[in-house]
Design a protein around this ligand. Sequence first.
Ligand code: G3H
Ligand code: 13P
Ligand code: ZN
Length: 309
Amino acid sequence: MSLVTSKEMFKNAYQNGYAIGAFNVNNMEIIQGIVEAGREEKSPLILQVSAGARKYANPIYLRKLVEAAIEDTGLPIVLHLDHGDDFEICKACIDSGFSSVMIDGSRFSFEENIRVTKEVVEYAHSKGVVVEGELGKLAGVEDAVKVSSKDATYTDPDQAVEFVERTGVDSLAVAIGTSHGAYKFKEKPSLDFERLQIITNKLAGFPLVLHGASTVMPEFVAKCNEFGGKLPGAMGVPEDMLRKAASMGVCKINIDTDLRLAMTATIREFLIKHPEEFDPRKYLAPARTAIKDMVQHKIKNVLGSSNSI
Ligand code: G3H
Ligand code: 13P
Ligand code: ZN
């Protein structure tokens, strides 16, 4: 089995109302934890690499680790570039064997976003690689976004249709109130499901993507704080909202912060409880298990992609 694209995955996910987890990977233990969960749940996976991850790990190491994960598990795995800034980084990933790239032109004007996305789509499709675009800007940490600013930053449903038609993208990341990181909402989590429903209706059958979808799991925040961390006010997207999004045409749900928290909370606890230890394997092994358990929970109880291969 070699890398696959997300085409079939998204088709099945859309038809059956579930989502594929797209997990950010930065090192071996993270990859192993995620794919072990995928193996137990018989779930396809998207492993995504950010520009920061490429810089941290040197892309060849991550690519080879993902190849090893496929050889080891036989799972259908997509290797995806997360938040590609420009044509060059997308091309570099396509040329080095990624099966999917995201071109994030959301900081540009509508026309410039279309131009750069189309350029990436043309190159990617000529090599059999799929492309995710983004329209609208993910919310900042301020909650209760006013209607006028909401209209300026959240995805406009009519523009979404035009964007998909003119660029030829294979999936589209939409902005409906999520944001990256551990501080997504100040008080009550809220997503614009009305807008999502309109986009889904207008783009009937077309796969949507939700970024900034970590739940910021309270047990990991509490554990971080119990063992010397300082994460006051951390808050994410509740799991029932993710389930709802998955039933409404969202086929890819991006998770990074929950992986970071699971890993850091476990390492914090271990090192405080075992101050005499200095063998990295001693704290990385439980961190890897914590990632596996967290991802398995997401696949089984939130995303709904178990037993879909
Ligand atoms: O969307 C952002 C992801 O969480 C990746 O974060 O750029 O720090 O690797 P990063
Ligand atoms: P979180 O920060 O909510 O995990 O979002 C990750 C993401 O969107 C990666 O592209
Ligand atoms: Zn993102």
